[in-house]
Design a protein around this ligand. Structure first.
Ligand SMILES: *Cc1c(COP(=O)(O)O)cnc(C)c1O
Length: 302
């Protein structure tokens, strides 16, 4: 049996999250620290990439092609994982050619970068566009943007037994959403009594209901929990970090004594605290938030 980097998974760390408002509202809150799972394959991307990389290897792929923005945590984690598997990778990057710490790491780990304009990038799910792309840059194992596919659902679903074992009284499980792949993985195996809440960080995220449903169906999931999306967590839109959010983000880091990323986890936690203040959760509830990592993205804003 071949072993790979994903065999050496460190134990899942879950910590109490202590803020005065939680005690006041009689809530028990935990942070699930997937950001501590691996130093470079960050947070949820570890779980999303695990079976993607294994599928690529099984199919004998010599090259992986995937998609993301210039600060993408997925591109960053994929570059590192592909290198660990000895598979070439090409990152198809949205927008004009730029250089930053994220892309410098990806390049250092051997990823080739292919920039496409925003109009073309919108076609990234079209089969004919993908065929034309591969005629241009060469064929490869395609992983969609954010890594969200059936393999990702399978990988993320493996978090649930650990979560349930460490927090048997869990009532609510909260997670930031980009493409919704992580939420689909959690929903696919969450027990009936757990309510799963997704916090999209993009505006107009209604379409995510259908995307998540499609991922669940493609994975053949037998969904037992109830789940929904909170549409108020974008605070201006995807990757929009205005002065007010920046201040809240840095204050939450201080109060919670942990680093948060600007795009996802800081908006999740900010929105969650607001809801707690509005009495959104019954006293006595046990809640857990997933720290999905992405801390490499802090570098662009510090
Ligand atoms: C990619 C990412 C997400 C979004 O995950 P999806 O599966 O695309 O919804 C959330 N948080 C962080 C830190 C991420 O890097």
């Amino acid at each position: 049996m071949t072993t790979d980097i994903f065999d050496s998974q460190s134990p899942l760390v879950i910590q109490p999250l202590i803020l005065p408002i939680f005690a006041e509202k009689q809530l028990k809150v935990f942070m699930i620290r997937t950001d501590l799972t691996h130093s470079q394959i960050s947070g949820n991307k570890w779980y999303k990439l695990k079976y993607n990389l294994r599928a690529a290897r099984r199919q004998g792929a010599t090259r992986i092609i995937s998609f993301g923005g210039a600060y993408s945590n997925h591109i960053h984690a994929l570059a590192y994982s592909a290198k660990a598997f000895g598979i070439e990778s090409i990152g198809v990057i949205r927008g004009e050619k730029v250089d930053n710490a994220t892309l410098a790491d990806a390049r250092k780990w051997g990823m080739q970068l292919h920039f496409v304009d925003r109009t073309s990038y919108r076609q990234r799910h079209s089969a004919s566009w993908l065929a034309a792309l591969q005629r241009e840059i060469g064929p490869g194992f395609i992983i969609p943007e954010g890594g969200s596919n059936t393999w990702a659902v399978q990988g993320v679903s493996e978090l649930m037994p650990d979560i349930c074992e460490q927090i048997p009284s869990l009532d609510y499980l909260l997670c930031a959403c980009g493409t919704g792949g992580t939420l689909a993985g959690l929903v696919s195996t969450a027990p009936e009594k757990v309510k799963v809440e997704g916090y999209p960080v993009l505006k107009g995220a209604e379409f995510l209901y259908a995307d998540i449903q499609a991922l669940l169906e493609s994975a053949g999931a037998d969904v037992r929990c109830s789940w929904n999306l909170d549409k108020e967590a974008h605070y201006g839109g995807y990757a929009k970090i205005n002065a007010e959010h920046r201040a809240k983000w840095l204050m939450l880091e201080e109060e919670c004594n942990m680093l948060l990323d600007p795009v996802y986890t800081s908006k999740l936690l900010r929105r969650f605290v607001e809801k707690v203040q509005q009495n959104a959760y019954p006293p006595g509830s046990t809640l857990a938030l997933i720290h999905t990592g992405g801390l490499q993205g802090r570098r662009s804003l510090m």
